[in-house]
Design a protein around this ligand. Structure first.
Ligand code: MN
Length: 132
C-alpha cells in the first residue's frame, strides 16, 4: 500500500483546449494503461475535436456541459450522467456557456502510450453557445 500525494493541478494547453480547463490526475502512472482525471471547465471552455484510441468514459460530477460526436447534435450533459465514446469516435466535450462543468474522465492509453488524436479547435459556430 502507498498513500500517494496529490499531483499539482495542471492547466489544459491552448493547443488542444479553448478557454480555461484544469486537470487533476487521480491516476496515470508509467506502468499502467489506466488514466483517471478530474477535469474542470470554465463556462464556454471545451476540448478541441479529438478521438481516443481505446475509447473514453466521462462521469459528470458538477455543473452543466455539452458534448458532440462528429455528425451528431450538441447534447447537454448533467451531473450523474455517464457518457462513453467508442475507440476512434471523433468528439468534443466542455462546459455550457453559462455554467462550469466538472467531469471525471476514464480511459486507457494504447500500446504506444497515446491517449488521444487531436484535431481542430471547436469553433464558436460549432459550439453553438446554447444556454442551459
Ligand atoms: Mn474525449
Amino acid at each position: 500500500m502507498e498513500i500517494q500525494g496529490k499531483a499539482p493541478t495542471v492547466k489544459g494547453p491552448a493547443e488542444t483546449f479553448t478557454g480555461d480547463v484544469w486537470f487533476d490526475v487521480i491516476t496515470g502512472g508509467d506502468f499502467e494503461r489506466m488514466r483517471v482525471n478530474t477535469v474542470r471547465f470554465a463556462p464556454g471552455a471545451r476540448t478541441a475535436w479529438h478521438s481516443h484510441p481505446r475509447g473514453q468514459t466521462l462521469y459528470v460530477t458538477e455543473g452543466r456541459g455539452l458534448i458532440q460526436s462528429r455528425g451528431g447534435e450538441v447534447i447537454q450533459i448533467r451531473p450523474g450522467e455517464v457518457i462513453y465514446t467508442s475507440p476512434g469516435e471523433e468528439h468534443w466535450h466542455g462546459a455550457a456557456p453559462d455554467h462550469f462543468m466538472t467531469h471525471i474522465a476514464l480511459w486507457e492509453v494504447d500500446d504506444q502510450g497515446q491517449s488521444a488524436t487531436w484535431g481542430a479547435h471547436v469553433t464558436d459556430d460549432e459550439y453553438g453557445g446554447q444556454r442551459t
